[in-house]
Design a protein around this ligand. Structure first.
Ligand code: EPU
Length: 429
């Protein structure tokens, strides 16, 4: 087991390179199976969620060649139908994309209900509704989602909620269906456009991605391609918030500034200055932080995945801020950790009222989930004294080399191996 040990109080200066987008990669990598050919994918983030999905593809018989740590070649010709058991699917949320992929390729899927961060109930009813409307029979048997279809036929599907996962999963199942599928009330996140571009590079006919109506005209088959994944919006936002919170001058490189507009706008409200370049944003902050209100929304709104990170910034901003979560039912579980560091936050359902305090104090905190974990790292970077962040395996799910990247900006952060005996003592507390 490992922890991060951080000594706070340093401003951040320098440049940081952003990796490929996790939430695009975890859909695009399994989508390669739809091609029945060889696909090369570049700019893959080197994170544990990606390792989990590659392990599953390997178990299914795909030829996997790591060209380097960020480029993979997937030969999906040898893949045969397999069910994806709980031991593999439960590590991460995106295992549900294997349902759409296998349904598309084999007209049959058996995948254990997905795992992932705990934000309350995380239903997949819109995914299932989409598959059923395409002609599949879907049942959940002993925790496995089992889908079968004699044929998949395009139709018009209205999503009752704006769902990233359901939009992408239906796209995956529909590319090889017969006729035209129209997804209405589709999600518009950058990774949806990226998946559509990837599918089109393999010969699919997907249009409208990035708007709320996506049209997928089914094709007979797909072919191999080479594709590069977009930069990670949330990883970029994490370093932007860190620079604004700690103060300093950081160039966040290899990004698409358009994807960061909602984050830039909020950081400017708090007193940071943001300069956009073609593929980088520079964040400087030398004056005191001021309060602002933030409400999370589907893209192009302020991303829910940035919410815990923004909470840390607002914890040390002058004045009272209101942070409203409108995507997930229960995404403030990390607040207790910030209270232990001296933050003044009151949560009522999906709203947090944050009273800015002068400083946070370093203590031992837990990464409650991926983004909450990254938020604890930023809290440690501004906290007085030493902060130890436990359960950092959550952070490794989605951040490539977070420790090295922050250290290169001047942060005092180390990854420390913990012996089992030490864990037993801290667990007893
Ligand atoms: N929802 C339903 N029914 C469904 C699907 C979703 O009611 O069938 C609801 C959810 O309960 C939630 C809302 O719709 O209230 C949005 O959920 P969505 O389906 O968009 O989320 P997701 O696809 O499961 C992805 C990201 C999350 C990110 C959300 C929202 C992946 C693997 N995960 O989850 O990312 O929070 O979109 O943007 O793409 C993260 O990266 O840390 C992370 C949690």
């Amino acid at each position: 087991m490992e922890n991060f040990v951080i000594h706070g109080g340093h401003e951040l200066f320098g440049e940081v390179n952003i990796s490929g987008a996790k939430n695009a990669a975890v859909a695009i990598i399994p989508a390669a199976l739809l091609s029945n050919d060889v696909v090369r994918i570049e700019n893959i983030p080197n994170i544990s969620d990606v390792s989990f999905i590659i392990q599953i593809l390997d178990r299914m018989g795909a030829g996997i060649k790591m060209i380097n740590s960020n480029t993979i070649e997937i030969d999906s010709r040898p893949v045969t139908f397999q069910s994806v058991p709980y031991e593999l699917a439960s590590h991460f949320r995106a295992s549900y994309y294997l349902i759409g992929v296998m349904l598309g390729r084999f007209r049959r899927a058996e995948v254990a209900m997905p795992g992932g961060c705990d934000f309350g109930v995380r239903p997949i009813d819109q995914h299932i509704k989409g598959f059923e409307m395409l002609g599949a029979k879907v049942e959940t048997i002993n925790g496995m989602v089992c889908a079968n279809a004699d044929k998949l036929v395009g139709t018009s599907i209205y999503m009752d909620v704006v769902s990233v996962g359901a939009t992408m999963n239906v796209m995956l199942a529909a590319v090889l269906a017969r006729g035209l599928t129209i997804i209405e009330n589709a999600a518009k996140e950058p990774h949806i456009v990226d998946l559509a571009n990837f599918l089109n590079s393999m010969g699919a006919n997907v249009s409208g991605a990035g708007t709320d109506v996506i049209k997928i005209r089914g094709v007979e088959k797909l072919h191999g391609c080479t594709y590069s994944i977009i930069p990670d919006q949330i990883e970029a936002g994490t370093y932007m918030v860190a620079a604004a919170t700690c103060g300093g001058d950081v160039l966040v490189k290899n990004v698409i500034p358009k994807h960061l507009e909602s984050i830039s706008a909020k950081l400017e409200e708090t007193g940071a200055e943001i300069i956009e370049y073609d593929d980088a944003v520079r964040v400087t902050r030398f004056k005191p932080l001021t309060r602002c209100n933030v409400k999370t929304m589907p893209y192009p709104g302020f991303p829910t995945d940035m919410q815990p990170l923004m909470a840390v910034l607002l914890s040390v901003a002058n004045g009272t801020s209101i942070l409203s979560e409108s995507v997930w039912d229960n995404r403030f579980q990390y607040v207790g950790q910030l209270l232990r560091m001296g933050a003044d936050i009151q949560v009522d359902g999906k709203i947090a009222v944050i009273e800015g305090v002068r400083e946070l104090t370093g203590v031992t905190v837990k990464a409650m989930d991926l983004r909450a974990g990254a938020a604890m790292v930023i809290a440690g970077l501004i906290g007085r004294g030493q902060t130890t962040v436990e359960d950092i395996h959550y952070i490794d799910r989605g951040y490539e080399n977070i420790c090295e990247k922050f250290a290169s900006l001047g942060a005092d952060i180390r990854r420390v191996e913990i012996k089992d005996s030490e864990t037993a003592v801290s667990d007893a507390g």
